[in-house]
Design a binder for this molecule. Structure first.
Ligand code: BGC
Length: 732
């Protein structure tokens, strides 16, 4: 009998297809089986959103998709045009800024899980999110897509999101690494900042995402950093991300963010996406192949990139039986609703106008185009083709329509996209952005004022939109004002009806002259995703007690804000191709507090329908060196159930190098019944006391005196304790 050859159908399963083997063993087995061409296929795109795949070996392509707020509509595969599918509707989660405003990392986990399950259903392995660039300027067009101005808060949200998503067999690609803090000139601008600022402000959320969250993908930013594009920046990618932080996943370029073969090969890029032109002309395609053949680049460099991409692919279960996904489920919508509810920030509530009792009003006038507008599709890459999106008006009608008359008046018209709406980019003011002509502006206002006069209560739904010069990818805002003459309109409305609530739908701070003093109640609702209107109504009518806090400072005017205070183009938006972060560490409240500038609303601020008392602060040493445990009691002293975000700030009394006045180093969101007290314990690691010491290239938590401040916002510190670090700890 002939026994020398095995028949193909009884051949043993190759090791790389054996799900019981470790990922590394599977890669070790697979890599030598790949030809040079097949390997190259894994390091550059082969459609708008895919790469790799080897049919003969049963290796599927790696499919990627935007974005941070839900799985984006199917496009292409080779064009940006819609693929015209009817089964790619998804749940729209509230954007990053709204998630950060919940100050609830569990909701970040839940968000990651929802998007992960939906991505699996859509057969995606890598989701291009979350976005975690720090809000350096309130004008940043993409602020809405990110987690606000504080590295600790952004880091906590990142870790939760990444863990939640990756638990769903979907890789989270944290983006945009690094210093992509404005949209103007984003593809070219060179960012310069000192090392401490990089380490203490712009990197920590990424570092946490990699080291604690275990993110297996990082997207390089469009801009340059110290003269080298971030998608192939040796310092950021090789030295910091891979060597210092031990990142084992893949660096993916932003779409068209690759500019040079040599740098892409040598400086840490693993997957080139979105370059214009034929796929084989990509920097990591033909030119890389030729370089390898000519001996310019060792194959080992290619192998390392392939390994990293395979690590992602195999980790998702793409070579095995992947769990089935699900999309638009009741649970997903319930999570979207919870995030939206918990993210709404009550900015003002004098005289207890809120919550409204629909049984005690006859007519509610809802005014404002944002009340009937849908936002989930907007903003470009973060847009979602929402299966369901409840507008503010729909939410209010559903909640109160059976008991009260709910009327609607448009009030103003938000701007439309630049291609349609010709504006002079240099001269235009934000408040004037509207396609409406003067007569139309006035007639809309007159009708809105009449509607306000005829109502018991007005709910003005205003804010920005995802249009050009708004909360928009690709452009920054012109100034801090509300668009479409809303300021004047609100002033006119509140003059005829003082029972006016203003609900703002924006993804970034706005100024509120000339109406804030006259309006009794203001809510910051962000963009709320699929259940935006349901969530807003639940807060307005008191079914949900607001518990969101601002993840960013709202300045009184732009010139109060750090990147704009000096009014220099070199600081914003850059001069001669370079932008200098001269404000250094003083970003957000770090600036306002150190320089003692009064903000309109401070970082961490947000009211509730109940009140909280803070007592019994104790700070004791932790078990490890240079750590501490902060403990205090929190009591709900009001009559409604509610949740408080208790915040811990650290102030260094005599720092060797200058430090911001105080820094957020811990927080906890605590739910309390009326009269209930809970003891809250918040650990502080040595990093909580440390600054980055460029001379030692390390974090230094120095012995000395610190003040621990605890309270409900960065400017509402109720408890304070001194704390002495007895030893100095230096570490990475
Ligand atoms: C954005 C990324 C996005 C990519 C793919 C880029 O323009 O900056 O955030 O993931 O496009 O759509």
């Amino acid at each position: 009998m002939f026994v020398g050859a095995l028949r193909a159908d009884v051949a043993p399963r190759p090791l790389y297809l054996d799900a019981t083997q470790s990922i590394e063993a599977r890669i070790d087995d697979l890599l030598p089986r790949l030809t040079l061409e097949e390997k190259l296929g894994f390091v550059h795109a082969n459609s708008k959103f895919s790469a790799g795949g080897v049919e003969r070996l049963g290796i599927p392509r790696l499919w990627l998709a935007d974005g941070p707020q839900g799985v984006r509509e199917e496009i292409g595969p080779d064009t940006w045009a819609s693929a015209g599918w009817t089964n790619d509707f998804a749940t729209a989660m509230p954007p990053g800024i709204g998630l950060a405003a919940t100050w609830n990392p569990e909701l970040a986990v839940a968000t990651g899980r929802v998007i992960g399950e939906e991505a699996r259903m859509r057969n995606k392995q890598v989701m291009l999110g979350p976005g975690l660039n720090i809000m350096r300027t309130p004008l940043g067009g993409r602020n809405y897509d990110y987690f606000g101005e504080d590295p600790w808060l952004a880091g906590r949200m990142t870790v939760g999101y990444v863990r939640g998503m990756q638990a769903e067999q979907v890789i989270a690609c944290i983006k945009h690494f690094a210093a992509n803090n404005q949209e103007q000139e984003r593809g070219r601008i060179n960012v310069e900042m000192d090392e401490r600022t990089l380490r203490e402000i712009y990197l920590p959320a990424f570092e946490a995402g990699v080291k604690e969250g275990g993110a297996l993908a990082v997207m390089g930013a469009y801009n340059q950093f110290r003269g080298e594009h971030c998608c192939h920046n040796d310092y950021l990618l090789n030295q910091i991300l891979k060597k210092e932080w031990g990142f084992t996943g893949a660096v993916i370029s932003d779409w068209s963010g690759t500019h040079d073969t040599r740098q892409a090969v040598l400086n840490g890029l693993d997957l080139e996406m979105g370059t214009n032109g034929a796929y084989d002309d990509f920097f990591l395609a033909k030119p890389f192949r030729e370089g390898i053949k000519a001996g310019t680049y060792p194959v080992a460099l290619l192998d390392d990139k392939v390994r990293r991409n395979l690590r992602m692919l195999i980790a998702t279960g793409a070579l095995d039986q992947r769990r089935p996904g699900s999309i638009n489920t009741a649970e997903h919508l319930a999570t979207a609703r919870r995030v939206a509810e918990e993210g709404i920030v009550l900015l003002k509530n004098t005289g207890g106008l809120l919550p409204l009792d629909p049984a005690k009003v006859t007519t509610i006038a809802v005014i404002g185009e944002n009340a009937v507008r849908k936002f989930a599709a907007g903003g470009n890459s973060a847009g979602v083709k929402a299966f369901r999106e409840i507008t503010a008006f729909e939410g209010i009608v559903a909640r109160a329509g059976a008991q009260a008359n709910v009327t609607f008046s448009t009030g103003y018209r938000q701007p439309v996209r630049r291609s349609v709406y010709q504006v002079d980019a240099a001269g235009v003011r934000g408040s004037e952005l509207s396609p409406a002509k003067p007569e139309e502006i006035e007639s809309l206002a007159v009708r809105a004022v009449r509607a306000a006069q005829e109502a018991d209560v007005v709910i003005f739904v205003g804010g920005l939109s995802h249009q050009t010069f708004g909360d928009d990818e690709g452009t920054d805002r012109r100034d801090l004002s509300l668009t479409a003459h809303q300021d004047e309109l609100i002033a006119r409305i509140v003059a005829v009806n003082p029972r006016t609530v203003v609900a703002l739908i924006t993804g970034s701070p706005v100024v509120m002259d000339p109406w804030l003093a006259k309006v009794p109640a203001v809510l910051q609702a962000w963009y709320g995703g699929s259940e935006a209107g349901t969530a807003l109504a639940a807060v307005l009518f008191g079914d949900v007690n607001p518990s969101g806090k601002l993840p960013c400072t709202f300045p009184k005017s732009l010139k109060d804000s750090p990147a704009h205070a000096a009014g220099l183009a070199r600081q914003f938006p850059g001069e001669n191709g370079t932008e200098h972060y001269d404000e250094g560490l003083l970003v957000g409240y770090r600036w306002f507090d150190t320089k003692q500038i009064e903000p309109l609303f401070p970082f961490g601020y947000g009211l509730s329908y109940t009140q909280f008392a803070y007592t019994n602060l104790k700070v004791v040493s932790g078990t490890a060196a240079a750590t501490a445990t902060v403990q205090f009691d929190l009591t709900n002293t009001g009559t409604r159930e509610g949740a408080e975000v208790a915040q811990v700030y650290v102030h260094s009394a005599h720092p060797r190098l200058a430090r911001p006045e105080k820094e957020l180093k811990g927080f906890a969101k605590v739910a309390l019944k009326p009269g209930e007290t809970k003891t809250v314990t918040i650990p502080l690691t040595s990093r909580a006391f440390a600054f980055y010491d460029p001379a030692q290239s390390a974090w230094s938590a120095e012995a000395g005196a610190y003040t621990i401040q605890v309270g409900g916002s960065s400017r509402d510190l109720r408890l304070e304790a001194n704390y002495q670090l007895t030893t100095t700890t230096v570490g990475r």
